[in-house]
Ligand binder design. Structure first.
Ligand code: SAM
Ligand code: SF4
Length: 396
């Protein structure tokens, strides 16, 4: 039986499903834009979608917004302003809320960034991936090294000191030295935050069908060690599997996912998680942009809805919270799941006995070993009837 003492913090995710071109490694809900971008129509649809969702969160303030994609920076500053004005007119956005927009270096310059800032965006996340021209080509990116450098400089010139750079490592035939060179170039741009993702071959991508030659496990381990040492030396503290921040600039929106907070998700294919008196519901919107535009404002907008069972809730909490480098207070488990800590036993005891988890001074945390074998660790918390499918990645 669920028992909640308080509802968790609430965030808002807004999805933009178009890109200039589809990258061959990417399994996000993103589609190459054909013809003209339906900018006006999509912003109207997002606001209608939000309005339809409001009864699910009556009276609850929003504390972060993430405009993710796809490529939100394809949308003009005027469109983003109309969207954020519309959001603020419909929900209470707490003062000091973090508002992030994802940008592709091939689609931006200082004026555009200035416009986003004036619209209320206060954090940028720039998808750089690599600074090596050869790698950018292999990754099918629409920008080169110079545009990647220029994007970070433009962000700063437009007044954004709080920006993230996305880098990928473990790229085709990449050596540890090459990965380190990418990281050093990124650090020289003084981002507040870095996300370092190991390239994975995702089903339904071109790379999955025609896999490039990737570094082997030994090279990857050496690469990861080199990157972590460099990051620590530069004052970046790791706080999640792929996330590093300087001076307390952790991403509040993503932290809310990992701490099993609530979020609305509007836009094509966006996911939401909502806590209510009787449990936790996940829901998602129809995925194809065309369907989304046609069905918004009707019940058909829902791609699906799932009320979580107790055992799913416990697993999903662990899937997220064990990714956090500092772990989580044991009390957070009960607060966010409405379940007693005892429902984590015997998996917690088993993980402890194998040296994968530590539980001391009220904090539960993956050990260094547990972080290295995170999938095995998380697998211990799987409900028995569920097939082992472990993926803690989120809509960004
Ligand atoms: C939705 S994209 C955001 C930004 C923007 N669309 C761009 O690519 O410039 C989020 C990030 O996920 C990462 N990513 C996407 N596919 C990946 C994969 N197969 N393996 C590892 N990281 C991936 C990339 O670093 C990418 O920047
Ligand atoms: S990685 Fe980014 S730019 Fe490339 S297809 Fe995916 S969402 Fe679009």
């Amino acid at each position: 039986m669920f028992q909640f003492t308080a509802l968790p913090p609430l965030s808002l995710y807004i999805h933009f499903p178009w890109c200039v071109r589809k990258c061959p490694y990417c399994d996000f809900n993103s589609h190459a834009v054909r013809g003209e971008l339906p900018e006006e129509q999509y912003i109207d649809a997002l606001l209608t979608d939000l309005e339809q969702d409001l009864p699910r969160v009556w009276g609850r303030p929003v504390r972060s917004i993430f405009l993710g994609g796809g490529t939100p920076s394809l949308f003009s500053p005027e469109a983003i302003e109309r969207l954020l004005d519309g959001v603020r007119a419909r929900v209470v956005l707490l003062p000091e809320s973090e508002v992030t927009l994802e940008a592709n270096p091939g689609t931006v310059e200082t004026e555009r960034f200035r416009g986003y800032r004036a619209a209320g965006v206060n954090r940028l996340s720039i998808g750089v991936q690599s600074f090596q021209p050869e790698q950018l080509k292999k990754l099918g990116r629409i920008h080169g090294r110079d545009e990647a450098l220029a994007a970070a400089q433009a962000a700063r010139a437009a007044g954004f000191d709080n920006f993230n750079l996305d880098l990928m490592f473990g790229l085709p035939q990449q050596t540890p030295d090459e990965a380190l060179a990418d990281l050093r170039t990124a650090l020289a741009l003084h981002p507040a935050h870095l996300s370092l993702y190991q390239l994975t071959l995702e089903p339904n991508t071109l790379f999955h069908a025609h896999p490039p030659e990737l570094p082997d496990d030994d090279v990857l381990a050496a690469m990861q060690d080199a990157l972590q040492t460099e990051l620590a030396g530069a004052g970046f503290a790791q706080y999640e599997v792929s996330a590093y921040a300087r001076g307390g600039r952790r991403c509040r929106h993503n932290l809310n996912y990992w701490q099993f907070g609530d979020y609305l998700g509007i836009g094509a294919g966006a996911h939401a998680k909502i806590t209510h008196a009787t449990g936790i519901t996940r829901l998602w919107k129809v995925k194809q942009p065309r369907d989304f535009l046609a069905k918004v404002g009707t019940p058909g907008i829902l791609g699906g809805e799932q009320h979580l069972r107790n055992e799913d809730v416990a697993f999903e909490f662990m899937l997220n919270a064990l990714r956090l480098t500092e772990g989580f207070p044991a009390t957070l488990f009960t607060e966010r799941t409405g379940l007693p800590l005892a429902s984590l036993e015997p998996a917690l005891a088993q993980a402890g006995a194998r040296g994968l988890v530590e539980h001391s001074a009220g904090i539960i945390c993956a050990t260094t070993l547990g972080r290295r074998f995170l999938n095995d660790l998380i697998g211990l918390f799987l409900p028995e009837s569920t097939a082992p499918k472990v993926d803690g990645r989120h809509q960004h």
